[in-house]
Design a protein around this ligand. Structure first.
Ligand SMILES: Nc1ncnc2c1ncn2[C@@H]1O[C@H](COP(=O)(O)OP(=O)(O)OP(=O)(O)O)[C@@H](O)[C@H]1O
Length: 243
């Protein structure tokens, strides 16, 4: 089954259309990357799927069900987003326990303590972090918490917006390994925005190259690794990364 399907998706901010006629099908369990120059609309696509960019037309389907505009409880249970900046995505005055329990409280789910413990284990964080505050954690630990928070509702799809680019290089690999393991263990589907083509090679199966709000090419990661991209713009992007 398709985890995510986008059909003729247009997205606007006010009068400005920034995503034009995007079509995409991501099967369950796949890890798919959106790459392309800054401002090409990659994050906006993730935001629309998550319900954070309200002005869109076309179709967004999650596990075969078309998404409604605004809050869609089906989508918020099954699709979660992880942002680039783990400082910004965690409330500074809430403990890790409280940040992780919140999605459960919102959805009326019990056994919160047990679930928080289990998720901390899944993301490789010691239980002693549970009652700490975000500022008492390193950047990598905070990103583990942000990933843990995204996992609390046992989603099927993670939308990953540059999940390692704000981290020290030494920590990036740890988070990428964690994401790879979680995907395997939980059969997650990833839709990931990144500027980093080696990250695509490491974590993804396919990629779409975007420019000016449009997809210019969809390719397998094997093609990326062999430098076998078809469109001149994709080849430019590849050459710029290799330089
Ligand atoms: N909240 C907003 N209000 C108005 N315009 C916005 C808003 N967010 C993004 N844009 C514009 O929408 C376009 C697409 O932005 P988006 O962030 O999706 O691009 P991107 O490909 O993810 O870029 P980057 O790689 O820099 O994150 C850009 O022209 C941007 O300036």
């Amino acid at each position: 089954m398709s985890a995510l399907t986008l059909k003729n998706l247009d997205i606007s901010y006010g009068d400005t259309k920034v995503v034009h006629g995007v079509n995409l099908d991501v099967p369950e369990g796949e890890s798919f990357a959106l790459v392309g120059e800054s401002g090409s609309g990659k994050s906006t696509i993730l935001r629309a799927i998550a319900g954070l960019a309200p002005e869109w037309t076309g179709e967004i389907s999650v596990l075969g069900k078309p998404r409604t505009h605004g809050v869609d409880r089906n989508v918020s249970r099954t699709v979660q987003m992880v942002f680039q900046d783990p400082y910004g995505s965690l409330h500074p005055r809430k403990t890790i326990d409280s940040a992780l329990s919140e999605p459960l409280a919102i959805h009326g789910i019990g056994n919160r303590g047990e679930r928080v413990e289990a998720v901390l284990k899944q993301v490789g964080l010691d239980q002693r972090f549970r009652f700490r505050f975000p500022h008492q954690l390193s950047g990598g630990q905070r990103q583990r918490v942000a990933i843990a928070r995204a996992l609390m509702l046992e989603p099927k799809v993670l939308l990953l917006d540059e999940p390692t680019s704000a981290l020290d290089v030494s920590v990036q690999a740890e988070i990428l390994n964690l994401l790879k393991r979680l995907r395997r263990e939980q059969n997650l589907t990833f839709l990931m925005v990144t500027h980093n083509l080696p990250v695509v090679s490491f974590l993804c199966d396919r990629l779409a190259v975007m420019r000016h709000g449009r997809i210019v090419e969809i390719a397998d990661v094997a093609q990326l690794k062999q430098g076998d991209l078809k469109e001149p713009y994709s080849r430019e992007l590849l050459a710029a990364t290799a330089a």
